[in-house]
Design a protein around this ligand. Structure first.
Ligand SMILES: [Ca+2]
Ligand SMILES: [Ca+2]
Ligand SMILES: [Ca+2]
Length: 426
């Protein structure tokens, strides 16, 4: 019991800061380099020289050697990730290396992991969380290990598609999120650390049909963080679910019956489109004049929606023309609503907005206002000689606008208005 109290004290006092080391940083630090080669040697001594170091592919820890105080004695141990060069044994191994009173590093424990490579490493308190991936399985595997009596004991295991940490209840400590595909949908297991060193589990299952997780992100909702999950249905399109903690775990879209209102073509992922730090759900609808067009032949106006957790409603925030192909977004000014439509010319690459009056017949019902075009940066000049002005550029593309209508046309926009409403999607 005394030991447990000391451990907890240590976690509270030091926050157990972790350091990873890389070869780059060490070349200029000979003392640390000596330490590193001592750690290498200790690993070779125990595991042999026929090993390959395994580097985590994502997350904050990207080294095959991670220094962390896993036993709470205020000295860092080293966790080494590697695989043995062998045809029969493909699983990653973890060795715990500790330096004794004499300062010598020794391997003190070794455990086989649950996959052929390391996806990511995280810590929760002094627990080690390892995400594994394997060539043979689509789903990743997670293990949470607790160091106890010299051994890394797995205290939690599951599969996952998303493995993340975030402070979802604003308590100041991060929870661990395990999101996995399960039967006809997804399951979310949220692990909240407690002082008794036992995790509180918040679990929910969302029936979504067959499919895969297409994307995710965290955004503020009600003053705390919420997880936005895009789910690609095998049948058609994507759906968004919003997960957060409010007493219990909330799957807001399912619980409010809004889930299928978020169904839309693949590619329209939830993300921060307008740069305000909050995630929007983009819901495309046919642009004025395309209401009766067959699916796939229409042009779309995208309604960016946010979620109001008080009223459990999707709230339209702004309307935009979203070009996923050219990675830009143009906010539609209010005075254009229901008065303007858009057409693309595939041969020239121009996207033109027209004042549109369906009550007028023939060609007179469409008056061109402005056109957008973009080009790979090297092939830029053709649009400029055709009357276009450069409005934005990235490393890959240059964006142009051409103001066609004269300033006497009330629907036309000024260059300032266009710049204010034009955003590149990174
Ligand atoms: Ca230690
Ligand atoms: Ca928390
Ligand atoms: Ca936003």
């Amino acid at each position: 019991m005394k030991r447990l109290v000391l451990v907890l004290l240590c976690i509270m006092l030091t926050g157990c800061q972790a350091i990873t080391f890389s070869v780059d940083g060490l070349l200029s630090a000979p003392k640390v380099a000596d330490e590193q080669s001592a750690i290498y040697e200790a690993l070779f001594e125990s595991a042999g020289r026929g090993i390959t170091l395994e580097y985590p592919r994502s997350g904050d820890y990207r080294s095959a050697f991670v220094l962390y105080d896993i036993d709470g004695d205020r000295e860092e141990e080293t966790l080494a990730f590697y695989s043995v060069n062998s045809v029969s044994e493909s699983n990653v191994k973890i060795s715990v290396l500790d330096s004794g009173e004499d300062g010598r590093w020794r391997s003190t424990y070794e455990v086989a992991g649950a996959g052929s490579s390391v996806d990511k490493i995280m810590f929760s308190g002094r627990d080690l969380i390892v995400g594994y991936s394997s060539q043979d399985y689509e789903d990743n595997a997670v293990r949470i290990y607790r160091y106890s009596e010299g051994m890394l004991e797995p205290i939690y295991e599951d599969t996952y598609s998303v493995l993340e940490k975030a402070d979802l209840d604003g308590c100041g400590t991060e929870e661990t999120l395990v999101v996995k595909r399960s039967g006809g949908g997804i399951a979310v297991d949220l692990l909240k650390p407690s002082e008794s060193e036992v995790y509180s589990h918040y679990f929910t299952e969302i029936p979504l049909g067959a499919g895969t997780i297409a994307g995710f992100g965290f955004s503020e909702l009600n003053g705390v963080k919420a997880l936005y999950l895009d789910f690609a249905l095998e049948s058609y399109g994507i759906l968004t679910e919003i997960i957060y903690l409010d007493d219990g775990i909330v799957a807001a879209m399912s619980q409010s019956g809004l889930l299928y209102q978020t169904q839309r073509p693949t590619g329209y992922l939830s993300r921060d489109y307008d740069g305000d730090g909050l995630i929007e759900i983009p819901l495309p609808q046919p642009f004025t004049g395309y209401e009766l067009s067959p699916f796939g032949e229409a042009e779309y106006m995208t309604v960016f929606c946010s979620f109001d957790p008080e009223q459990m409603l999707l709230v339209p925030k702004s309307n935009a023309y979203l070009s996923l192909g050219e990675s830009y977004c143009f906010n539609i000014p209010n005075r254009w609503m229901n008065m303007v439509t858009v057409a693309r010319d595939a041969s020239t690459g121009e996207t033109t907005f027209y004042k549109y009056d369906p009550s007028l017949g023939g060609a007179e019902n469409m008056t061109p206002l402005i056109s957008f075009a973009s080009a790979e940066s090297s092939a830029a000049s053709a649009y400029e000689s055709a009357g276009y002005t450069k409005i934005a550029e990235t490393d890959f593309r240059t964006y142009y606008v051409n103001i066609i209508a004269g300033s006497d046309e009330p629907m036309v926009l000024t260059m300032d208005e266009i710049r204010d409403n034009f955003h590149i999607i990174e």
